[in-house]
Design a protein around this ligand. Structure first.
Ligand SMILES: Cc1cc2nc3c(=O)[nH]c(=O)nc-3n(C[C@H](O)[C@H](O)[C@H](O)COP(=O)(O)OP(=O)(O)OC[C@H]3O[C@@H](n4cnc5c(N)ncnc54)[C@H](O)[C@@H]3O)c2cc1C
Length: 327
């Protein structure tokens, strides 16, 4: 789900399920099947969706389709032992209890190998047994994927980009990179994390001998080594905004370099415009649970749940909607 049209499609599909369920001549089982909404994935997005769907159905749709209001079922299927397992366990059990009270069924320890026209097929992870249940609408929510535009771009860039990077870095066009040419902010961060103090330690060849220069193959090898060691950040808006701000700072620095390559003189460092490696700062996470309740996990092992947390969530979101920024 990437664009507003995707959300509209979900809304239309929910309403279609109700329209099909009230058609004349159906058995009660057929109506129930149409009104069985299954959410695959018990992470914060799946849980927020299930909670919002519950309230959309019970606050709005049951007034329009009163004849089928008792036939609606929402099921969340989660492969792990608990829903919201990236959160503190106090939040897991609070969310599970709340869903139980709301009548949302939670099925943990099950994977979904396939979905057919009217059935959702499941595998019990503990016993290995297969099972299935009739389904109306299925919403797949097992992780945020890459935007198709970005995916296309990544495919176009692919491996060729390494030779472009190599060319750009090889300032004297010698066909090899010296230690000075090789330096890059992300490589520096990697070295710091690995407690390595100079680039030469990364440029060791396969026998472990030191090298002062690398050719393109050595460059690829060193970069792939860095890539395997780097941790990827969660696919959240919090990471994306910090990365966006970081990139804009980098672009501004590069722009300033054009006019003033020397950069400001600095007392501590060697001067010049410094580009620091990207560092993610985790400020905590929220999960709306529906019914004006939310859960929050903030730095310092601070966990909070319930109605007051929903108000905290509203305040954080409201504060993000407006702000004073440099043009
Ligand atoms: C259902 C769902 C719930 C989520 N919930 C949360 C949450 O609660 N908290 C959280 O932190 N994260 C959440 N996320 C993740 C969060 O939305 C993403 O991590 C974040 O939006 C990524 O930001 P982005 O700028 O990289 O991409 P996007 O926010 O996807 O922005 C990409 C933009 O590019 C535009 N675009 C597309 N094609 C083109 C083109 N050809 N030319 C120009 N522009 C184009 C799109 O319209 C879009 O505006 C959720 C994601 C989903 C799908």
């Amino acid at each position: 789900m990437k664009e507003i049209e995707d959300a509209q499609k979900i809304r239309r599909t929910v309403i279609d399920c109700f329209e099909k369920a009230v058609l004349p001549g159906l058995t009660e089982e057929e109506r129930k099947t149409n009104l069985h909404f299954v959410v695959v994935g018990g992470g914060p997005t799946g849980i927020e969706f299930a909670a919002e769907l519950h309230y959309f159905v019970h606050e709005d749709l049951v007034n329009i389709y009163p004849s089928v209001k008792d036939l609606v079922n929402i099921t969340v299927i989660q492969s792990g032992d608990h829903i919201m397992n990236s959160f503190d366990e106090r939040i897991n059990s609070f969310a599970e209890q709340k869903f139980r009270r709301d009548g949302i069924q939670v099925l943990t320890g099950h994977c979904i190998p396939s979905v057919s026209d009217r059935l959702i097929n499941m595998k019990n992870k503990a016993t290995g047994s297969d099972d299935s249940m009739p389904r109306g609408m299925v919403v797949w929510s097992t992780g945020v994927g890459t935007h198709p535009v970005v995916k296309d771009f990544m495919e176009q860039v692919g491996q060729e980009d390494i030779s472009e990077m190599f060319k750009a870095t090889d300032k004297d066009n010698s066909g090899t990179l010296t230690i000075e040419e090789f330096q890059d902010p992300q490589v520096e961060l990697y070295l710091k994390n690995k407690h390595l103090f100079d680039v030469a330690s990364l440029l060791k060849d396969t026998d472990g001998s030191d090298r002062l220069e690398v050719d393109i193959e050595g460059f690829k090898l060193a970069l792939s080594h860095v890539d395997t060691q780097m941790k990827s950040h969660p696919a959240t808006a919090q990471v994306a905004t910090q990365q966006g701000a970081y990139l804009s700072r980098c672009f501004n620095i590069w722009e300033k370099r054009k006019d003033n390559p020397e950069g400001p003189r600095k007392f501590r460092s060697g001067g010049g415009h410094e580009v620091h490696p990207f560092r993610y700062r985790h400020l905590g996470q929220f999960a709306p649970l529906g019914g004006e309740q939310a859960a929050a996990e903030l730095p310092g092992d601070w966990v909070s749940m319930g109605h007051s947390t929903q108000w905290l969530w509203y305040s954080v979101y409201a504060s993000k909607l407006a702000g004073a920024h440099d043009p």
